[in-house]
Design a protein around this ligand. Structure first.
Ligand code: ATP
Ligand code: MG
Length: 335
């Protein structure tokens, strides 16, 4: 007897918001880094998050890995509300399932520790090895997985003896040590040489295909997002303005901001070197004016855009857009 699939998505983010207090004690103000962000991420899926600097990409990652608490909203992992679980043991269990890789492979490794020691730590913390021999076998297996061979030689090295690309592989191996279901990769290739970016992206694809690991891949670079990601989300000024399958979104963008991004990047089959265009005049995040955050720059702006913040509208084929050009049907689930 077969029943309809009721499995919840791996990660289900619902109306997440983040305000930061800025401006000192005398005149405290709030910077709205994230506004009402909702999305899901499936098992074995790569979801890219693209947007210009300051749009809130890392904020989403920090909230999802629980380095910071959101001001509002919910985060569900396999359908369980993780923000209301007890801290301590539950946090350790969450960290085992959700790992993060940062942009800077130089800063994230300790120059006084060998590569082997970097990998032993999470294995011991999460009780993944019983004996000394077991521990070193696991370290070597991790290094093999990320293509750092011969593993015993690499394990004995210090971070400064490795290239940037090799260090980023160590960071990935460290994340893999706890056998996570989800890795939040915050610009993992942007500091690497263009020639080795594809290697690291291919490793992500391999881990997704062979181990079913999901990734949230944060980047400025649309070409690399299209290369690895099943789906993409576009952020502007703390808002997810558009989301959908990568090819469809790039071939037929819906939101005027996505259109602007694409017009500035004429050919996407590039070298993973292209970034988003520089812009003049940052959108206000402190006390933002009412309405759509893109209204001041939008070629299609109308009166309602300056009055009301558009809500997410779900369209066919898994596409979601937040723009008054796409009116809400009578009732739309926030996506
Ligand atoms: P980049 O591409 O430059 O990494 P980003 O999209 O990752 O940018 P975030 O780091 O998420 O951007 O920051 C979003 C906004 O929140 C920015 O305006 C940033 O200055 C602000 N912000 C982030 N962290 C804090 C903090 N701890 N206190 C105050 N403001 C913050
Ligand atoms: Mg960032």
């Amino acid at each position: 007897m077969s029943e309809p699939d009721q499995t919840p998505p791996l990660l289900d983010v619902q109306q997440l918001g983040k305000l930061y207090r800025v401006g000192g004690w005398l005149r405290p103000k709030h910077l709205r880094a994230l506004h009402d962000a909702s999305f899901t991420l499936g098992h074995g899926e790569i979801l890219a998050l693209v947007g210009e600097s300051g749009s809130g990409k890392s904020t989403i990652a920090r909230l999802c890995v629980r380095l910071e608490a959101p001001t509002s909203g919910r985060i569900l992992l396999d359908g369980r509300d993780v923000l209301h679980e007890e801290r301590g043991h539950a946090t350790l269990a969450y960290r085992r399932r959700v790992q993060m890789i940062f942009q800077d492979p130089f800063g994230s490794l300790n120059p006084a520790r060998t590569i082997g020691q970097h990998l032993e730590r999470p294995l011991l913390l999460h009780d993944k090895a019983k004996t000394r021999a077991d521990l070193s076998a696991r370290v070597h297996a991790l290094l093999d997985t990320v293509g750092l061979v011969p593993a015993p030689e690499v394990a004995a090295k210090y971070p400064q003896e490795l290239s940037g690309g090799q260090r980023q592989r160590v960071a990935i191996a460290r994340a893999l040590a706890v056998e996570p279901d989800l890795i939040l990769a915050d610009e993992p290739v942007s500091m690497l040489d263009v020639s080795i970016r594809a290697d690291v992206l291919n490793l992500m694809l391999d881990l997704k295909e062979k181990r079913g690991i999901s990734f949230l891949y944060i980047t400025h670079d649309l070409a690399s997002a299209r290369y690895v990601a099943d789906r993409m989300m576009v952020m502007y000024a703390g808002h997810i303005v558009e989301a959908g399958p990568s090819d469809a979104l790039l071939e037929k963008p819906l939101h005027p901001y996505t259109n602007l991004l694409l017009s500035a990047v004429p050919e996407l089959e590039g070298s993973f070197a292209r970034g988003l265009p520089a812009r003049s005049g940052a959108p206000a995040l402190v006390d933002p004016p009412p309405g759509c955050p893109f209204a001041a720059r939008c070629p299609d702006v109308t009166d309602i855009c300056r009055r009301e913040t558009p809500r997410p509208v779900s369209l066919d084929e898994g596409r979601v857009v937040r723009c008054h050009l796409y009116p809400e049907p009578s009732r739309t689930r926030s996506e």
